[in-house]
Write a protein that binds this ligand. Structure first.
Ligand SMILES: Cc1cc2nc3c(=O)[nH]c(=O)nc-3n(C[C@H](O)[C@H](O)[C@H](O)COP(=O)(O)OP(=O)(O)OC[C@H]3O[C@@H](n4cnc5c(N)ncnc54)[C@H](O)[C@@H]3O)c2cc1C
Length: 495
């Protein structure tokens, strides 16, 4: 049996666990990572953002990880890492649909995130990206166990993992452990940390897969005579959102012409037609068939990933009551998750890694305890903020107009912090900005009144006027600007 003592033990080797392990190893710490799966393996959560890219670039520079820099922009990615599949993401596209009619040309909003293809954001084919990060971590000296069956114990102040990987048994001990297992929350479960999911406002679930033979939205528009000349970027080079009466659909196009597509259902709305016997594929088909545009777009589509076919989740939301203790910490996606909407997961994970790495590498033992408490409180507060930024979109349904209005709160938070994001202690999406948080709550009560009044066009006008005023302190990008008619080009992140 191989027996090792290390400084830090990490459970989970998604890009989060691998990147943290790489940082710590480059800084001279001994690190071991244990994952129950093997790379490459399918993972969901692929749409990156400018905030994620700048945070990854900061980490690469700060910790001397030049091999990660190409992944921070589409141009360098394609040039330096052509074998890692990605997709071009110039921004966020939103299209409103109703079951009765086909696509309504007026129901469009495009928000620019990157001003050129070269400097653009990307979609990450996670099986490739995670395998690359895992490989780079190994090269940095991280001890790695994939496909591991193991048990976890704590004695004499040390964490101990005993298990089997590659038909060999191993034992790793460490004074500190990080839970990077995502929704499995292996360590949080082991520690019996209570959940506070019930207090979250968003209540959604998803069905998703990767498909081929999905024509672009733009080609379908051209065929249907819809004018695309006002689009500030090609509308499919984006996180595409189809806004539906019972939720929304994401479409993320990769350069190998596969498309990550998924429906997110608002589970606060009772679905009277949803039969418990409906299997995953049947439920997927039923939703596709309910919208004329999607029916045509997916008429020849075939599943390419994962091997197991279309996947279905339970409620997506999770939130722990504690994200760190004296000898342990959880990464953001283990501590909680809200929703794919607004693509917050990758950026938040990178924020968490940056903070945790700084704590583990620089604090004294006394400071560490205090810093872990702060890390935990901040993470939970940030997840609650994301919950509020997401939930209002669902509350606005089925009004496409109100949905887009509520998205402006997210865009105000993100565009106003892109300049200060390099600061280690800056809160994610203005979670610590009390004025901003109060504004979100004030806006939410206005929104409810509009929704209760039937979302009439007069009430929507009034709401937009109020929101414009409320968002003024954070609106440096022309958000809710009447003149742009939903085509936002000033929102691009600074290069
Ligand atoms: C439906 C959906 C869509 C999403 N879309 C987006 C998006 O478009 N953009 C975005 O930014 N974010 C998105 N996210 C969030 C994103 O998926 C996460 O932020 C991201 O995966 C976090 O990476 P991670 O490495 O921390 O965790 P994960 O990717 O969850 O990795 C966890 C790792 O732990 C391993 N593991 C699991 N259990 C154990 C165990 N018991 N022991 C050891 N190892 C274990 C797994 O094999 C895996 O390798 C989405 C999430 C969901 C659910």
């Amino acid at each position: 049996m191989s027996v090792r003592n290390v400084d830090i033990l990490i459970l989970g080797s998604g890009f989060g666990g691998s990147l943290l392990s790489m940082i710590l190893a480059r800084a001279g710490r001994s690190v071991a990572v244990v994952d129950r799966a093997r790379h490459p393996r399918f993972a969901i959560g692929e749409s990156s953002t400018p905030l994620a890219d700048t945070t990854l670039a900061t980490l690469a520079e700060q910790y001397d990880l030049p091999e990660l820099l190409p992944l921070t922009q589409y141009g360098t990615w394609k040039q330096c890492c052509p074998d890692i599949t990605c997709g071009l993401k110039r921004g966020f596209s939103y299209f409103g649909h109703s079951t009765e009619r086909d696509f309504d040309e007026a129901a469009q909003m495009l928000v620019t995130a990157s001003s050129s293809n070269e400097s653009s954001d990307t979609h990450w084919l996670r099986s490739d990206v995670d395998a690359y990060m895992f490989e780079q971590a190994g090269r940095s000296g991280v001890i790695q166990f994939e496909g591991a069956g193991y048990s976890l114990a704590r004695d004499d102040g040390h964490w101990r993992v005993t298990g089997v990987a590659n038909e060999s048994s191993f034992q790793i001990s460490a004074p500190f452990i990080v839970d990077a297992t995502g929704s499995t929350s292996a360590l949080l479960d082991h520690l019996n940390i209570a959940s506070q999911t019930a207090t979250l406002k968003t209540n959604s679930r998803a069905i998703f897969g990767h498909f081929t033979n999905v024509p672009t939205v733009e080609s379908m528009f051209r065929e249907g005579g819809v004018d695309c000349s006002r689009h500030p970027f090609p509308c499919d080079a984006a996180a595409v959102h189809h806004v539906l009466k019972n939720g929304w659909m994401w479409q993320l196009r990769f350069d190998d012409d596969s498309v990550s597509a998924g429906f997110v259902f608002d589970d606060r709305i009772p679905d009277t037609q949803r039969s418990p016997e409906l299997n995953t594929t049947e439920e997927w088909d039923r939703q596709i068939q309910s919208f004329a545009f999607l029916q045509r777009q997916f008429s020849s589509a075939a599943v390419v990933r994962p091997d197991t076919g279309i996947q279905r989740t339970q409620r997506l939301q999770r939130l722990t009551t504690e994200a760190a203790g004296k000898s342990w910490a959880a990464l953001p996606n283990t501590a909680g998750f809200i929703d794919p909407l607004h693509s917050t997961g990758i950026a938040h994970t990178l924020f968490g890694i940056r903070r945790l790495a700084a704590i583990l590498l620089s604090s004294s033992d006394r400071q560490k305890e205090e810093n872990h408490r702060h890390y935990s409180d901040q993470l939970i507060n940030e997840l609650r903020n994301v919950d509020e930024l997401v939930e209002g979109c669902y509350a606005a349904l089925p009004s496409f107009r109100l949905w887009c209005d509520w998205c402006m709160l997210y865009f105000a938070a993100v565009t106003s912090m892109e300049q200060t994001a390099a600061d280690n202690d800056v809160s994610f999406l203005r979670a610590n900005d009390h004025e901003f948080r109060n504004t979100v709550r004030t806006a939410r009560s206005h929104l409810q009144k509009v929704v209760d009044a039937g979302s009439t066009s007069e009430a929507c006008n009034e709401f937009e006027g109020k929101l414009r005023k409320l968002l003024q302190p954070w609106n440096h990008a022309g958000l809710l600007d009447d003149d742009c008619g939903g085509m936002y080009s000033r929102t691009a992140a600074p290069v």
